[in-house]
Ligand binder design. Structure first.
Ligand code: PLP
Length: 467
């Protein structure tokens, strides 16, 4: 058979449209998407035929059924969201690429109520007139941090920008060279300063900054001293830095506000749970910081947000800054944040029901039990692979607690008949989108970041791949 003859057997768009499966498809998906898919798949087949060599030509046959199935898949793909839920098997709890913190199931109801309804977002119910969207968070954040006032913006980068733009415009901000942090996505304090249009005055050296260094840098142009919590790295060994309370004690600085970028804001002293001490927001305020900024979706375990707390006179000034309007948060953020913060009123409950805190504080015994359950489920599948439970290390992630080594248990899978990278790719692209990692020739799933109710999805996908 020659190519012309085969090509002439390709069905027309009209012919495909009359197929009963396509008619069914049209009942459920927009006509335009179906038509696009029909044309695409026919064109794909046409190109395939044109590129065939003589030998394969004689064997080639056009099956309408497969053509129709391809069209159905293509239409469904077009209709799917690009953003999808995934299973995090990496053991990195605050994984920025995977959406940082998972919200607590306890905030679900509030999120639905506010997202799907009208709300008093900017309406004062008792007075019957306009209110402020930030008021909803003032009382709870005051209670949790001891601060005088609160402002919420889109993320912590925006918070730092707003603070510097409000407090240091056309002036100087003094920062220690040991704290000139760059966090992921190349957020640098120095670049934010440039946009915020203040001038950065660096003091001290990378490993040591003394109180005298700050004193030497102060001039009539100094608008603030900024402290940055080096959340994603540590300078170890021969080091010295100046704490906020020491800065506050200096007579020379009494009129200079101290700003602190905490990065990952925590409300609970996690050293009680066997982790290393991470400065809490309360401690910063107690030490005398005038303004503190931190993220909502790092160790706090809430939605993406930048939280600014501190002295009322500075926060008031920020509220009047035009930038605030551009950086303002949506009702969904306010609802999710307020509902997450409410959980903190009961610390024990916060550790249990805020996923980020729960996953960071799992005991090794709990993790071993989880790993044993997953292991036995996989072994029951009888797949052609070496499957084992091993000790491993997980990370907090999100540039938080860089030195913390969280002991964990992982499941390792080494396929016998195909490569481990093939397994990784198949699981990643499966319906459940399972994200694990490869170490040498083994596929690794860390049970710390996998929920028990996700085990059966992993089992289903493994079964499909190995069959
Ligand atoms: C993460 C981090 C930021 C940026 O916070 P986002 O919420 O990601 O914008 C800023 N400063 C420090 C010290 C951080 O750790």
């Amino acid at each position: 058979m020659n190519k012309g003859k085969i090509l002439s057997k390709l069905p027309s768009v009209d012919k495909v449209l009359s197929n009963y499966k396509i008619e069914d498809l049209l009942n459920n998906y927009p006509r335009q998407l179906v038509l696009e898919s029909i044309r695409e798949i026919i064109e794909l087949k046409r190109k395939e035929i044109i590129n065939l060599d003589e030998d394969s030509l004689s064997l080639f046959d056009i099956k309408e059924e497969t053509l129709v199935d391809d069209i159905i898949n293509s239409t469904k793909n077009k209709f799917q969201l690009s953003i999808k839920r995934v299973i995090n098997g990496t053991g990195i709890v605050i994984h920025t690429n995977l959406g940082r913190s998972k919200l607590s199931p306890k905030v679900k109801e509030e999120l639905i109520q506010i997202g799907f309804g009208y709300s008093n977002l900017e309406y004062n119910l008792s007075k019957g007139k306009r209110g402020s969207r930030y008021d909803h968070l003032v009382d709870i954040i005051k209670r949790l941090t001891g601060a005088e006032d609160v402002l919420i913006v889109n993320n912590n980068a925006a918070a730092v920008l707003l603070v510097l733009n409000t407090m240091a415009k056309d002036g100087e901000v003094v920062v220690s060279r040991g704290e000139l942090v760059e966090v992921g996505g190349s957020f640098r304090i120095s670049s934010i300063m440039e946009i915020g249009s203040g001038r950065l005055v660096e003091v001290g050296s990378t490993n040591k900054t003394h109180i005298q260094d700050y004193k030497d840098a102060i001039s009539e142009n100094t608008k603030a001293i900024m402290k940055v919590h080096t959340s994603n790295y540590r300078i170890l060994g021969f080091t010295e830095s100046v704490e906020i309370d020491e800065l506050k004690r200096q007579e020379e600085f009494k009129d200079i506000p101290i700003i602190e970028d905490l990065g990952s804001g925590v409300f609970i002293d996690l050293s009680k749970y066997g982790l290393s001490y991470e400065p809490t927001v309360i401690d910063s305020i107690k030490k005398g910081a005038d303004v503190v900024t931190f993220s909502g979706d790092k160790m706090l375990g809430g939605p993406q947000a930048g939280i600014i707390v501190g002295k009322k006179k500075y926060i008031e000034k920020m509220k009047k800054n035009q930038l605030t309007r551009a950086l303002r948060v949506d009702k969904m953020t306010i609802a999710a944040l307020e509902a997450t913060l409410r959980i903190y009123l009961d610390e024990e409950d916060a550790i249990k029901s805020i996923p980020t805190l729960r996953m960071i504080t799992y005991s090794i015994e709990e993790l071993e039990i989880k790993a044993t359950i997953l292991l036995s489920k996989i072994i029951d599948l009888n797949i052609d692979a070496e499957v084992e439970k091993e000790k491993g290390i997980s990370q907090v992630g999100g540039g938080s607690m860089p030195l913390e080594r969280l002991d964990t248990y992982v499941i390792t899978i080494k396929p016998n008949k195909f490569s481990v990278s093939y397994l990784e790719k198949k699981l990643r692209n499966s319906e459940s989108h399972i994200i694990g990692r490869i170490n040498e020739d083994k596929y690794i799933l860390d049970v710390r970041t996998i929920e028990k109710d996700e085990f059966d999805f992993i089992i289903k996908e493994l079964k499909d791949i190995f069959n």
